[in-house]
Ligand binder design. Structure first.
Ligand code: ZN
Length: 380
């Protein structure tokens, strides 16, 4: 047991998982990060979390001081593919999802906490005519870009509890998982809600995203169940809590309600984290086995999981494969990025993605002369 209290149930029943310490890690802006971290699970509620001890706080300080967001695609956001096959930036898909659920009969006021360079604010600005938009960040570096967003009013620099104002929509899009005190962050966000206002949060889903555990600077690793527990305890009225809006992510939209009791069962959380840690270790083993018989070894993908695997295999990695035309032709951590067609015959390419996505990639790209290996091959 550790001296820390659980971020969800507040009980001092956090147990560290020794298997985690051996795994290499990666930063959320895609740089390899060494093994040696601590991950814990709560024996009361099953919530999975890092421990904000001195070592972790020092590490995130180093990570954020060197932080680069979307550096590889020249500052452009990752796209997702909608049902009709259209490529849409992630935050535009989310802005559409949120605005459909808002009262748009009169203009309102929105703040995006952890607004970064304003990609979400820009998409909300496009969807919400006449609204005013504010952001909050740790630094004011992006202010010149934010000022170009129609309706942009103000950037708040500093912690959430210093923000003044009352908002119809408060958003945290991929910022909540970085917060050192997630419960406090939700309460601070709730304090900013106008009557009838909504809080919208988008975070990684630990049920479908084992790679999220090895992101060194993500503190909280929620499942729908543990997030629901926290929201009930803090007194939120849940309107949306789903993991199907975007793949591998939890989407939640809540309003203010009454605090209540939430039943607490650690079984699911313990099962999720133990399975995920074993799976991550087996990915590294499988990639080394695949590389052993191959002249040239490549990794598919140049984001979180590809970078993490590079950190685990180091010099053995000869190249990266990516389908993003903005990335092909560049180098990534000193290796060339080639298109699937450019990979030379005799190469082995490992696809470090969750099984259903890896299988789709391999089925689509398979061709004679190239051996694709993915997580489905682990037990063969
Ligand atoms: Zn707990």
């Amino acid at each position: 047991m550790t001296e820390f209290r659980c971020i969800v149930c507040d009980r001092p029943l956090l147990r560290t998982l020794p298997a985690y310490e051996r795994l290499p890690r990666v930063t959320s802006d895609c740089k390899p990060w060494p093994a040696g971290g601590q991950l814990a699970v709560c024996d009361s509620c099953g919530a999975i979390q890092k421990l904000p001890d001195r070592k972790w706080l020092d590490e995130i300080d180093r990570i954020y001081r060197a932080y680069q967001i979307y550096h590889l695609s020249g500052g452009e956001e990752q796209v997702i593919f909608s049902a009709d096959g259209q490529a849409v930036p992630r935050s535009r898909a989310l802005a559409d999802f949120v605005t459909r659920r808002l009262d748009r009969s009169r203009p309102g006021r929105m703040i995006d906490i952890g607004c970064g360079n304003g990609s979400a604010l820009a998409n909300f600005s496009r969807a919400l005519d006449g609204w005013s938009f504010e952001g909050s960040e740790l630094r004011d570096t992006a202010l010149p870009i934010l000022r170009t967003i129609p309706g942009f009013a103000k950037l708040h620099v500093g912690p959430i509890d210093r923000i003044e104002g009352s908002f119809d929509l408060v958003t945290m899009i991929h910022s909540f998982e970085h917060m050192v005190f997630p419960g406090k962050a939700l309460c601070d966000a709730a304090r900013l809600l106008a009557p009838g206002g909504r809080l919208f949060v988008e975070i990684p889903d630990v049920e479908n995203s084992p790679f999220d555990l090895v992101i060194a600077d993500h503190l909280a690793h929620f499942s729908r169940a543990t997030l629901r527990m926290l929201l009930r305890r803090l007194g939120f009225e849940i309107e949306v809590l789903e993991n199907t809006v975007l793949a591998k992510e939890i989407t939640m939209m809540v309003g203010k309600g009454q605090p209540g009791m939430a039943p607490s069962d650690p079984t699911e959380g313990i099962r999720i984290v133990e399975a995920a840690l074993a799976w991550l270790a087996s990915i590294i083993d499988a990639a080394w086995r695949a590389a052993a018989g191959s002249a040239k070894f490549g990794i598919f993908g140049t984001s979180i999981s590809g970078t993490w695997l590079l950190g685990a295999m180091g010099e053995r990695v000869d190249f990266f494969v990516d389908e993003d035309i903005k990335r092909i032709g560049a180098t990534y951590h000193g290796r060339p990025i080639v298109s699937p067609a450019e990979a030379i015959n005799g190469s082995t390419i490992f696809v470090p993605l969750i099984i259903p996505i890896a299988e789709r990639v391999i089925a689509r790209l398979s061709r004679p002369g190239i051996q694709f290996v993915g997580p489905s091959d682990i037990h063969r």
